[in-house]
Design a protein around this ligand. Structure first.
Ligand code: NAD
Length: 299
């Protein structure tokens, strides 16, 4: 049986662990928020009380952390002399980072892992909490062919589509492009729905029309940002996340960083990043990213 250490049990990590347990994997869980780890114990997860306790002797480590700084701290150690998990795991432990982070951090960790003869892949995901719960996530893997094949064996328990984007860091780059489009699309969906509401249209009727028209997109189809239009989405649950606005701002910032490096024009992505910066500065950063609808709404 595959023994997995899972680090980072937030909105995405916890449902992913549940699916690994359902698939019969033996899972050790660790989060700096011990309540999140304890909640998985009745389902069969073994709660670890330290990073070392979690990763020692396992076959595979999966991390699902907020941002690059957390991933670097967990794998390489923090700036206060803390040791990273690359120095804790046994030889042959396979390492998967599913957080969305900057490609340079992913390449740095991949390089350090390689120096210790450990296989590491970046494997960020798309599909949101609903995809994590249903086990239908899309994984976007960056790493060697061997790493990709190894990753498929584990990730098939939590995902439906598993892509090989290229070498180390390329999974992150593809994910950053995807989320640049998602941020633009979400802002666009909010704008169109609000314009319709302001001109007397019913947002449900307008959504149905756009879903069968050329304005159709993921936000409208699966994640309608207008309260009351769609059940079981954050908009109909006071914008509880979901995918927090602060994480969307992080991802749009990753897009902006990448664009600076490649001298690419991203006018729409830059605008979306600024909209999220405004929105978050007004106390919305822990709400779901679809809450940007409130910025457009006159009510
Ligand atoms: P989250 O903030 O809900 O969860 C992150 C977890 O990591 C928290 O429980 C936190 O306590 C834990 N953590 C932080 N530092 C740690 C450390 N040093 N050791 C152990 N645990 C630590 O975030 P999330 O929504 O689960 O997202 C995780 C990643 O997945 C992010 O990079 C995000 O951009 C990406 N992502 C999220 C979604 C989504 O819909 N929520 C979708 C796709 C990708």
């Amino acid at each position: 049986m595959n023994t997995i250490a899972f680090i980072g049990l937030g909105n995405m990590g916890s449902p992913m662990v549940k699916n690994l347990l359902k698939a019969g994997c033996s899972v050790r869980v660790f989060d700096i928020n011990e309540t999140a780890a304890k909640a998985l114990s009745p389902l069969g997860a073994v709660v670890a009380h330290s990073l070392e306790d979690a990763v020692k002797g396992v076959d595979t480590v999966i991390t699902m952390l907020p941002a690059g700084e957390h991933v670097r701290a967990v794998y390489l150690g923090d700036h206060h002399g803390g040791v990273g998990l690359l120095n804790m795991v046994s030889a042959n432990t396979f390492l998967i980072d599913s957080s969305t982070i900057d490609p340079d951090s992913a390449r740095l960790v991949a390089n350090e892992a390689h120096n210790k003869a450990l296989e590491f892949v970046d494997a960020p995901v798309s599909g949101g909490v609903a995809g994590a719960e249903a086990g239908t996530l899309t994984f976007i893997v960056g790493g060697s062919n061997i790493g990709f094949q190894q990753a498929q064996k584990v990730l098939q328990h939590v995902g439906k589509n598993i892509f090989h984007a290229g070498q180390a860091g390329d999974g992150q780059m593809a994910k950053i492009c995807n989320n640049l489009m998602l941020g633009i699309q979400m802002a666009g969906a909010c704008e169109a729905l609000s314009l319709g509401i302001d001109n007397g249209l019913d947002p449900k009727v307008l959504s149905d029309i756009m879903l069968q028209s050329s304005g159709r997109n993921w936000a409208l189809e699966l994640y309608n940002p207008c309260p009351g239009v769609m059940p079981n989405v954050p908009a109909s649950n006071q914008y509880q996340p979901g995918f927090m606005s602060k994480l969307m701002l992080k991802d749009l910032g990753l897009g902006a960083d990448a664009a600076l490096k490649s001298q690419s024009a991203i006018p729409m992505g830059s605008l979306a990043r600024n909209l999220y910066a405004f929105h978050n500065a007004r106390g919305n950063e822990a709400l779901d990213f679809s809450s940007i609808f409130k910025m457009y709404s006159k009510k």
